[in-house]
Design a protein around this ligand. Structure first.
Ligand code: GLC
Length: 433
């Protein structure tokens, strides 16, 4: 990647009328090129974030070299790891997943130099804590995520349902009924439920929701105890396996976010598990399902320990330790994570803000009333065990999603799969860096 390095300082200090209202940092050289490795083409995220960064560049006289990322979080991490190993100065800002601060910390500057405690009080404290490693602030929360159930309001009505399902059993029963009905009406490609079953990080998120909703815990608990091999988790995997080829296409075991969204948005599914970004895309004028769907919390199991679950997702902006322009990079991070830009993100892309105040904002709520209704779901979302596993989280997740994918493909029993994950995790839990 070729990056221009224009060092011409063109920072105009405006004096006179605007003194006191206008500040222009003299320590910040203008006219540099900032390498930004951010959103991929999952939905419109990549194009949108690039456009916002270019707005900042136009305002400050800097330039952006935008690196568009692959759609799978695992491929992104692999790419970043190569850049970090090479200590490249060409990427100044990395967009990192909520489960990566432990891995990314050695390659990040401490952003406390640029963001005060008061600045950080404006963000969800839980995410700020997540992004703080050994007292260093690794990333500023850009947007947050939570797994949701999307459902077709028109089809629920057509098939006589007043409410979306609250248990997995209800979901299966409704999905099957609607699927049978739609297929009989000549929609042979119609499916009951689509989700993310490919062997990648998205499956970690989906499977955590199933397991947690069965009362099966969070795989590794916050004290580092490996809890994954338990009967509730086994039942949860058994359930998901039973969907494949019945209410979900066999190909779901290769689906990531966009494959499920494409099937859903073409009007060929009754239910979908996905992240909030699908709401704006499904509501767009040209979308066949615009005005015909809604979102709610994912179902739970029927047992005593059953709980509704949404996996906590989301992305942070981190400034590279190898950046030659940390001041400008931090300024761009400030711009992209500002209330103004996050408000636009919430309205235009339906991505969840990381600033609690925006959940009370009239414009945001007018565009997305469900942000207010589902706030308890977002606030109680379930975290993957990345804080306790630190830099070993990714190895753990790889082990987990590969075994779960084998269960879905009928290559392993849930019992064997969970026993293997538990056995393989011992060295990862014991040796976190
Ligand atoms: C979303 C989430 C992220 C998660 C990924 C998995 O991008 O925000 O946290 O890891 O999906 O595919």
């Amino acid at each position: 990647m070729k990056i221009l390095n224009l060092k011409t300082s063109t920072c105009l200090v405006i004096v006179g009328l605007f003194i006191g209202e206008f500040t222009c940092s003299t320590s910040r050289a203008a006219g540099v090129t900032i390498g930004l490795a951010a959103d991929s083409d999952v939905g419109l995220g990549g194009k949108w974030t690039k456009a916002r960064a270019e707005e900042w560049a136009a305002k400050t006289g800097n330039h952006i070299q935008y690196l568009n990322l692959p759609p799978s979080a695992n491929d992104v991490l692999q790419l970043f790891s190569q850049y970090w190993a090479a200590r490249t100065p060409e990427v100044d800002i990395y967009q990192i997943d909520v489960c990566w601060p432990g891995l990314a910390a050695p390659h990040a500057i401490d952003l406390r130099k640029y963001f005060s405690d008061d600045d950080m009080k404006q963000f969800f404290s839980r995410i700020v804590e997540n992004n703080t490693v050994d007292g260093r602030l690794i990333g500023i929360p850009f947007f947050t995520d939570a797994g949701l159930l999307y459902y077709r309001t028109d089809l629920l009505e057509k098939y006589g349902y007043k409410e979306p399902p609250t248990t997995w059993d209800e979901l299966v029963q409704m999905a099957k009924h609607i699927q049978d009905g739609e297929r009989a009406a000549a929609k042979s490609d119609f499916w009951g439920f689509v989700w993310q079953g490919s062997a990648y990080e998205g499956l970690t998120c989906d499977a955590l929701e199933w397991i947690y909703s069965y009362g099966g815990g969070t795989m590794v608990d916050p004290d580092g105890k490996i809890t994954i091999n338990n009967p509730d988790a086994t039942r949860a995997l058994q359930m998901a396996k039973s969907w494949v080829g019945t209410i979900s296409p066999v190909g779901v075991t290769t689906y990531k976010e966009e494959e499920s969204r494409n099937l859903w948005q073409s009007g060929n599914a009754a239910f979908m598990r996905n992240w909030p970004y699908c709401y704006a895309l499904g509501s767009a004028k040209e979308s066949p399902i615009a005005g015909k769907f809604a979102v709610t919390v994912l179902p739970k199991s029927t047992g005593d320990s059953a709980k509704h679950a949404a996996t906590l997702g989301g992305w942070q902006l981190m400034v590279s330790k190898y950046s030659s322009h940390p001041d400008e990079a931090a300024d761009l991070v400030r711009y992209l994570t500002s209330a103004e830009i996050q408000k636009r993100d919430a309205i235009e892309l339906t991505r969840l803000p990381t600033r609690p105040e925006l959940y009370k904002d009239n414009d945001v709520l007018a565009a997305n009333p469900w942000f207010g209704q589902l706030l308890p779901v977002f606030s109680n979302s379930v975290a993957r065990p990345s804080t306790v596993l630190k830099a070993n989280y990714n190895q753990f997740a790889n082990l987990f999603f590969n075994h779960v994918n084998k269960v879905l493909n009928n290559e392993e029993t849930p019992q064997d799969s969970l026993a293997s994950v538990a056995a393989g995790s011992v060295k990862l839990v014991g040796s976190q860096k």
